[in-house]
Design a protein around this ligand. Structure first.
Ligand SMILES: C[S@@+](CC[C@H](N)C(=O)[O-])C[C@H]1O[C@@H](n2cnc3c(N)ncnc32)[C@H](O)[C@@H]1O
Length: 404
């Protein structure tokens, strides 16, 4: 709880209230303990996650024909992912220009090679990665009144709510397109701010991949009463916009995807009608899950031509991933699927290893446990990865720049 964020009186829309509670003076995310002081993301769960991002970065560099590559972490927390990726790519000799894009101040003791900024850098070539960023981009809430009309939900600093004015203009259009409210009492989070934030991030890349990872939903299965909730010190709590807790809502990932594709179309950098997969497959730069410290996860096996994405109904049913494909540009897949394709697997090591290399067996077992957590059904594995391929201006209109 912070004094300054608690001082506001009266009623606000949820977007404004969240903005103040998370990022205003003394806001939740600006405090020293950072996100890791309150919850575990994939980044904190296992270094295998940074290894998979390192594999993606390495493959992006290879596809762009360079060994100098940018890594932009949007919503970088305290720089944990960047630190992990820099360690993982060290053996490869890749030269990485790392950017931590964060609203919180630069953490003490951060690797001096990392540029810390509150703006997404413009015109870089490489990998832009945003893990659990968009769910913390504030949104307004709408609720259908007794007549079924969508009204803004207003809130006080103590979390008390009331219905405000009618939802109109671009917000109303967004709801109609992405999250129509039909039943009285139904609630929706208006994701327009996230769409705009993501379009801006994608549009900032000159070439490479832009990846958003988050807990998310698609139009055919929106939660009828929304998902807004709070977290504090490892526990889920009532969402109260007083700066005492995180305020988060799942991401309408298909709306975000459409905004990213529009941003690419506007600059002529899309993958060309989605024919080409995100061609990040190819020779491996490291070991699979269970690799030793500092090794890059995700060797061969990322791409098997003609394989179907089995995303539990989240990818288009029956759709074939293009040769060399991790996913189709602009189409969400589950984290389970994406990490599998990057070589993160929860397979138990062979028992025989226990007698020939007991220490290696124990390491591999621990690694398999971590991979299981990252890919778990009902947990982190259900997160969605949205990947956009951004072609360099010189690529022309042929096959995708990252196609093998
Ligand atoms: C849930 S945390 C995720 C941290 C980290 N990516 C991870 O996975 O552990 C979300 C982070 O996004 C940051 N954030 C939110 N909006 C931002 C913005 N517009 N620009 C930069 N950082 C932002 C917050 O300050 C917070 O540190």
């Amino acid at each position: 709880m912070t004094d300054e964020t608690c001082q506001w009186q009266g009623w606000r829309g949820w977007r404004e209230a969240t903005e103040g509670a998370l990022y205003g003076p003394g806001g939740f995310y600006l405090r020293p303990e950072g996100p890791a002081g309150h919850f575990r993301t994939s980044v904190h769960a296992s270094r295998l996650f940074a290894g998979a991002v390192a594999a993606l970065l390495t493959r992006t560099a290879r596809a762009l024909g360079t060994d100098e590559i940018a890594l932009v972490d949007v919503g970088a927390g305290r720089g944990e992912l960047l630190t992990g990726v820099l360690a993982a790519v060290a053996p490869t000799g890749l030269s990485v220009r790392a950017y931590g894009v964060e609203r919180a101040a630069r953490p003490e003791g951060l690797d001096p090679r990392i540029v810390w900024t509150d703006r997404v850098p413009q015109g870089v070539r490489g990998l832009l990665f945003a893990n659990e960023w968009l769910d913390n981009v504030p949104v307004d809430l709408a609720q259908a009144d007794e007549s079924g009309a969508a009204r803004y939900v207003e809130v006080r600093a103590d979390g008390t709510e009331r219905l405000g004015g009618a939802v109109e203009g671009p917000d109303a259009l967004w709801l109609e397109r992405w999250w129509p409210l039909r039943e009285p009492g139904g609630r929706a989070e208006i994701g327009r701010t996230r769409d705009e934030a993501w379009a801006g991030a994608v549009g900032a890349l000159e070439a490479g991949l832009a990846v958003a990872v988050d807990y998310a939903h698609l139009r055919e299965a929106r939660p009828p009463f929304g998902t807004l909730t709070g977290f504090r010190a490892g526990r889920e709590v009532e969402p109260v916009p007083d700066g005492s807790c995180d305020l988060t809502a799942h991401v309408a990932m298909d709306a975000v995807a459409a905004a990213g594709e529009r941003a690419l179309a506007a600059r002529g950098g899309g993958p060309g009608g989605g024919e080409a997969g995100v061609g990040v497959a190819g020779g491996g730069a490291g070991q699979g899950a269970g690799s030793g410290s500092g090794e890059v996860v995700g060797a061969g096996g990322l791409a098997r031509s003609g394989e179907v994405v089995g995303a539990g109904g989240l990818a288009r049913s029956g759709e074939v991933v293009g040769a060399g494909g991790l996913a189709r540009s602009g189409e969400p897949v589950t984290q389970r699927e994406a990490l599998h394709r990057l070589g993160v697997r929860a397979d138990r090591p062979p028992l025989a290893l226990a007698s020939t290399d007991p220490a290696g067996y124990v390491r591999a077992l621990a690694s398999a446990g971590e991979a299981a957590e990252l890919t778990a059904r009902g947990g982190l594995g259900d997160f969605l990865w949205l990947i956009h391929e951004v072609r360099p201006p010189e690529a022309g209109s042929g096959a995708g720049i990252l196609s093998p």
